[in-house]
Design a binder for this molecule. Structure first.
Ligand SMILES: [Zn+2]
Length: 80
């Protein structure tokens, strides 16, 4: 794994295994930047992508509702 700041090599400092994910604390050998990574199985990753897609879809639906209510307001205004 490369450092997100300088792209140098990193070393694992700590590993914590949970039921479905493994969390690792890594440190860059060059700039000493510390960050953590999460490993999960493909099934878990798929589930995460599905949840993200659903949340985005909900945002799109919310935006569409706002556009529709704006249009309804405009129609009401035009009719008066
Ligand atoms: Zn670095």
């Amino acid at each position: 794994m490369q450092c997100p700041r300088c792209n140098a090599k990193t070393q694992v400092r700590d590993t914590q295994s949970h039921a479905t994910v493994t969390e690792r604390t890594r440190q860059c050998v060059q700039c000493r930047h510390r960050f953590s990574t999460i490993e999960s199985t493909e099934e878990r990753a798929k589930l995460h992508r599905l949840i993200t897609a659903t949340e985005r879809l909900q945002q799109v639906i919310m935006s569409a509702h706002l556009v529709i209510s704006d249009a309804e307001e405009a129609i009401k205004y035009l009719k008066t």
